[in-house]
Ligand binder design. Structure first.
Ligand code: PEP
Ligand code: MG
Length: 295
């Protein structure tokens, strides 16, 4: 993959004092992945696999999934990639999954919950993902969305290992998961904070509803305290804690998240160069001071 950092960023994900912060890309298509590699992303921090299937009338075959995932992973041979398993339901309904009618879809059968009564669906996807990583030489991790408990994290990690995948992690986007990060980190190799959903559930403010958009603001103390708790649990376990929600790309928030102990930030690749430059202009004591003030 080519690296073309812009003039203001030297292409290294680090603070002014050298403290490393991995700068990764959120992608949903092969075009996104090419743009991410061109922008200098150190890897993929979130591949939203559901974006490949939003219009599929039937579940794609394992071979079709494998080819679709390989097209996305191809520019990242030899680099770390985190592939998220299907995050269907709620704001992302999939035509081939009959979710039934739910009065509160954001609190319903969404994310990993879809697989609890049809684990073969997850197993087929894990097989396809493992195949795509083998085809491309990308350094694979898989990650489950909407995990609420340590038991769910263990269930997912066991299925990933059964599919031959060495590294399994989960998203922290449900407040219960943030509060039990220590127990969850005992089951998995890493976690990544989904601040879009975490803010929605912490502030009880629908992420799709303009009327409560001001409340759904990840820079508020309640959300940052949870981030700090998860980062502390990660440091104690010696395991990475990333952020892959929109907050990661916010130049005001990225230093705060870093000061709280987050080890990687994953964002739309268009934000990478300027965010990389923002971080290169601050040091770790400054980030810690900003974190202490904000949380
Ligand atoms: C999040 O919830 O912050 C996240 C990264 O996942 P998505 O936006 O796909 O729900
Ligand atoms: Mg989410």
């Amino acid at each position: 993959a080519s690296r073309k950092p812009r003039a203001e960023w030297d292409g290294v994900g680090a603070l002014a004092d050298g403290h490393p912060v991995k700068l990764l890309a959120n992608v949903g298509s092969a075009a996104d992945a090419r743009a991410a590699a061109d922008a200098g992303a150190e890897g993929i921090g979130l591949f939203r696999t559901e974006f490949c299937y939003l219009s599929a009338a039937e579940e794609p075959s394992v071979d079709a999934q494998r080819a679709a995932y390989a097209a996305v992973l191809a520019p990242f041979a030899g680099k770390p990639v985190i592939v998220r398993t299907l995050d269907a339901g709620s704001d992302k309904p999939l035509a081939f999954l009959d979710m039934g009618d739910e009065p509160n879809p954001a609190l319903g059968v969404r994310g990993v919950r879809v697989a609890f009564d049809r684990p073969e669906l997850l197993d087929r996807q894990l097989t396809a993902i493992a195949g795509a990583a083998a085809d491309t030489g990308a350094e694979l991790s898989v990650m489950a969305p909407m995990i609420a408990t340590a038991a769910e994290a263990r269930w997912f990690a066991e299925r990933a290992r059964a599919a031959g995948i060495a590294r399994a992690g989960v998203m922290i986007e449900v407040p219960a998961a943030a509060l039990c990060a220590r127990e969850i980190l005992a089951e998995v190799d890493f976690v990544s904070l989904g601040t879009n959903d975490l803010a929605q559930y912490v502030f009880a403010a629908d992420r799709q509803l303009g009327a409560v958009a001001a409340l759904n603001d990840p820079s508020q103390t309640a959300l940052l305290r949870l981030v700090g708790m998860v980062a502390e649990a990660g440091a104690a376990a010696g395991k990475p804690v990333g952020v892959c929600g929109e907050a990661a790309a916010d130049p005001g928030l990225a230093p705060v998240l870093t000061g709280l102990g987050v080890t990687s930030l994953s964002m739309n690749s268009a934000a990478l160069a300027s965010l990389g430059a923002t971080l290169r202009a601050v040091d770790l004591p400054g980030c810690r001071e900003a974190a202490a003030k904000a949380s």
